[in-house]
Design a protein around this ligand. Structure first.
Ligand SMILES: Nc1ncnc2c1ncn2[C@@H]1O[C@H](COP(=O)(O)OP(=O)(O)O)[C@@H](O)[C@H]1O
Ligand SMILES: [Mg+2]
Length: 503
């Protein structure tokens, strides 16, 4: 049986010889040998030492040597068997392998194995690539195309035939995100539209407001013009009437004034004559003496002289008043004229004289500080009207001030200061100041509005300042300013050019 095993082994390509050696060195069997072979150490003397050593120690031995001029690998395997007894030596299985063939076989095997592995790897790679392509790349490309498409159209269409994996999940998520984006986009558009509508609305609202503001302004202007027309008409008819009356009075007054001088002269001459009689006839008749006693001649002469003087003063006063009235009304001078401003102020004060004396519950002092002014080209009657309005307001204010009422004596009495000055060659200023109650800011802000008044019905019309403003600012291209503090009085500053600039 051993022989058969040995013969079998020997058929392997690299095996040159197989031998089984008994512990005592007898060759039990050897490939390619006859039944009764020589002891193996004799067959292969090169191995004798190694065999002896392995049989004794029981250890494997490998040798490389040359046999019949060829390199061989010898493997000596000791084994133990009860058949051999207990001599302390082991049987040996010896295999002699052709080293070249062995190397060739190993190389062959290595090549075969490497080839197989390479083919395997390539196959796996191909398989992986195919499956990656099918499962990942292709779906990814599809999703990518759909995304690119959605970028153009704004609608994401889910690609068909996507494998059920993360990519499908990704595509679903993407679909959801695109839908949300779409919704967001829609929302954004709506917001934009609403904003536009809102802006348009706001614009039209602003336009409407501007229109209504404009309309309000127009209405106010209309009211003011109307009020002014009424006032102008009133003033002009008053002016005409005053002027007419003044003219009518002027004649008889000139009469009286002119004749008074003659009358006084005649009287003086008569007195002279009487004295001459007395000197020529120092002894009067009893009738004349009685008469002289009755009339108290000395007193009569004396008193008549005084009478003439007083009549002269009175007539002069009437003449002045008539002149003032005519000046004030200037109904015959509706055109531009160069006038002395202080004359207008004096005339206006004269007209207002009754309000300074007697009737007023407050004693009002006027202080006039007239500077050296050039002639001013203006509509004189209108400027006078402004003076009248401002002075009347000052008087009203002082009269309404409790501090000055009931004849109280205060360190500074109720006063109106009227100052004029030339600001420069082209502008003059008139300041009318009172130490009345002044105006709180809310009154001052509205004081120039037409129909604004704080006075009781029947007393105030609320037109004085608005008309004055119109006359000074619009007609004479000047400035009208109000400076007022509650408790400290009020000052109106009129500035007008000496010549109205042509515009
Ligand atoms: N000198 C002043 N002191 C205090 N208040 C004044 C003075 N002048 C004008 N005002 C205020 O301005 C308001 C408007 O004046 P105005 O236009 O002349 O109208 P009116 O005199 O008819 O009230 C007055 O009602 C008054 O309240
Ligand atoms: Mg007034």
């Amino acid at each position: 049986m051993l022989r058969r095993v040995v013969q079998n082994y020997v058929t392997l390509p690299a095996v040159r010889e197989i031998a089984i050696v008994a512990p005592d060195g007898e060759t039990i069997t050897r490939s390619g040998a006859f039944k009764n072979d020589r002891p193996y150490a004799l067959v292969r003397p090169q191995l004798a030492a190694a065999m002896e050593d392995s049989a004794r120690s029981g250890e494997e031995r490998f040798l490389e040597l040359e046999l019949d001029g060829k390199p061989v690998l010898v493997e000596i395997l000791p084994f133990h068997n009860t058949l051999f007894g207990t001599s302390g030596r082991r049987g040996l299985a010896i295999a002699i392998l052709d080293l070249r063939q062995l190397q060739a076989a190993t190389l062959q095997m290595f090549l075969t194995l490497t080839g197989a592995i390479a083919i395997g790897i390539v196959a796996i790679l191909i398989l992986m690539w195919v499956s990656i392509h099918r499962v990942v790349l292709k779906p990814l490309t599809l999703v990518n195309q759909a995304v690119a498409e959605s970028d153009r159209t704004g609608v994401f269409t889910m690609p068909a035939n996507l494998p059920r994996n993360e990519i499908k999940f990704l595509a679903r998520n993407f679909e959801r995100v695109v839908k949300q984006l779409e919704a967001y986009d829609q929302l954004h558009k709506e917001i934009e539209q609403r904003k536009q509508v809102e802006a348009a609305l706001r614009q039209s609202e602003a336009r409407e407001r501007a229109k209504s503001h404009e309309l309000g302004k127009l209405v106010r202007e209309l009211k003011q013009t109307q009020a002014q027309l009424v006032q102008t008409e009133k003033m002009s008819s008053l002016g005409r009437m005053v002027g007419g009356v003044a003219h009518e009075i002027n004649n008889p007054v000139s009469f009286i004034f002119g004749n008074l001088t003659f009358a006084q002269e005649y009287f003086e001459q008569l007195v002279d004559l009487i004295e001459l009689y007395q000197q020529s006839y120092p002894q009067p008749t009893p009738q004349i003496a009685r008469r002289l006693d009755e009339i108290e001649l000395e007193f009569l002469i004396d008193d008549t002289q005084k009478l003439f003087a007083s009549m002269k003063v009175g007539a002069e006063r009437i003449r002045d008043i008539v002149l003032s009235l005519r000046n004030f009304s200037r109904f015959d001078e509706a055109e531009l004229k160069s006038v002395k401003i202080e004359e207008g102020l004096r005339n206006t004060l004269l007209i207002l004289q009754p309000r300074f004396q007697g009737g007023s519950p407050v004693e009002i002092v006027t202080v006039e500080e007239f500077g050296d002014l050039p002639l001013v080209e203006c509509y004189a009657s209108q400027i006078n009207q402004v003076f009248l309005n401002l002075l009347s307001n000052a008087i009203d204010a002082l009269e309404s001030d409790e501090r000055y009422r009931h004849g109280r004596k205060l360190p500074v009495p109720a006063t109106i200061w009227i100052r004029t000055e030339a600001l420069n060659k082209k502008t003059i200023a008139v300041r009318i100041r009172d130490n009345g109650p002044g105006m709180p800011p809310e009154v001052r802000q509205k004081a120039f509005d037409p129909f604004f008044t704080t006075k009781e019905i029947g007393k105030g019309t609320g037109l004085g300042l608005s008309i004055s403003y119109q006359i000074i600012v619009e007609q004479h291209k000047g400035r009208l300013e109000c400076i007022s503090k509650p408790g400290e009085g009020t000052e109106f500053v009129i500035e007008i050019p000496t010549q109205i600039p042509r515009s």
